[in-house]
Design a protein around this ligand. Sequence first.
Ligand code: ATP
Length: 514
Amino acid sequence: MAQKEDVFKKIVSHAKEYGFVFPSSEIYDGLGAVYDYGQNGVELKNNIKRYWWEAMTLLHENIVGIDSAIFMHPTIWKASGHVDAFNDPLIDNKDSKKRYRADVLIEDEIAKIEEKIDKEVAKAAKRFGDSFDEAMFRQTNGRVLEHQQKRDVLHSRYEKAMNDNDLKELRQIIEDYAIVDPISGTRNWTDVRQFNLMFKTQMGSSADATMDVYLRPETAQGIFVNFLNVQKTGRMRLPFGIAQIGKAFRNEIVARQFIFRMREFEQMEMQFFVRPGEELDYFKFWKETRLKWHKALGMGDEKYRFHDHEKLAHYANAATDIEFQMPFGFKEVEGIHSRTNFDLSQHEKFSGKKIQYFDPELNESYTPYVIETSIGVDRMFLSVLCSSYEEQQLDGGDTRVVLHLPKALAPVKCAILPLVKKDGMPEKAREIMDMLKFDFACQYEEKDTVGKRYRRQDAIGTPFCITIDGQTLQDNTVTLRDRDTMQQERVAISELPRIIGEECSLNNLLKKLV
Ligand code: ATP
């Protein structure tokens, strides 16, 4: 574990050193859980967004996009339930003066017990070898059963407290299980309080005419309140979807793990409207479709898993997370939710406007049901960065840091490197750049030895380096170096667009999805 945390620290500093992610307002000592994307980060982020947007809107004839405003009428957040229920239970430790989410402290305690069970299982698996029957072991081993029972008792107490919104009971659980602050090691806790995660501000200039408005905590509501606009003006027929990419804001109590949990972040959400009764089939369809989108990036199928929700929000009838194996464990990157007709009905109720769809086949009007796919751009970015980062030992004792980014997402697709700064090589290199730059993000570099330039490109994940040397001027060939294998081959300049295009184009990635 310590080793994995070390790797994560290295990834965070690599992200800064190579212009991917900077702490916000750094010269003023930063702003908690807010980050800026640098020159390479913004390109990677834009490529992730393009991949998602085009997968949604180009590959599905019945999905269109919108871009709604961040500010919305405050009643929207009343209707959606965010004003009353978008809360986290918080608790402070009086010694460390640190603030925690009470639910997270208890979940960590549950995870600790689960870890003990897993350790017993792993030990036994080693002891028994091939003949090990894990299911049988879990059902019969005394120690496992004891831990399991302890876990179940805690889990059901916790679940009930959360469902009942019982803050006193959450506090009592923390007391009963002697949960300590990981920093101070003490149990000197305050009471548990509810904390609303929405940022509030005022709109309007004259004191009596101002209105409290919120920075949206999700982009989805902008889609729901535009359902009729899009359906009518686009003459959309069910089933159809509306996609949106945009900023969201949450005043997270504990913001940690770099860009995993931020106070300002970006979401890519798609609401798919269907006939009532058909929602679970579409839920299944979107689960599969979204996982395929992730896996097509080639970061390793074993790094993904579904985590189906046992505890559903009162309006949902199915929900799952796509989790990705980060250096700090499997974590949610995307949520897929079957939200019934809750949101549209709520907006109908609160706005007093009829929000229904007339189904010409059934000859009746109804409130559509919704399947939502919701992914955080920044979490996706983090998963790409973490799975790409490698410190490689090379022959001869040398090391290199390389980002094996999915090639279509790489900020720079090819580096153009004249071997030396003379003998007509820079001019030839510029000619090649002028040919390629309309299709691929290219970077021209002539400073330092070519070896050093290769390392710099490896560190930002550039798939190809093109080196122009003396021979280039004679026969119009260059060396093309592959980031992952470091193999170099001599190829004709005229072949470059085809080779780079095959490996790096977003189109080829999208074609894997159909
Ligand atoms: P969590 O349980 O981690 O707080 P959530 O279940 O509240 O997340 P959703 O409301 O389902 O998250 O939001 C959808 C997606 O938005 C998440 O899967 C995640 O990728 C992203 N997301 C949510 N909160 C944050 C945040 N604070 N920082 C970065 N991304 C976030």
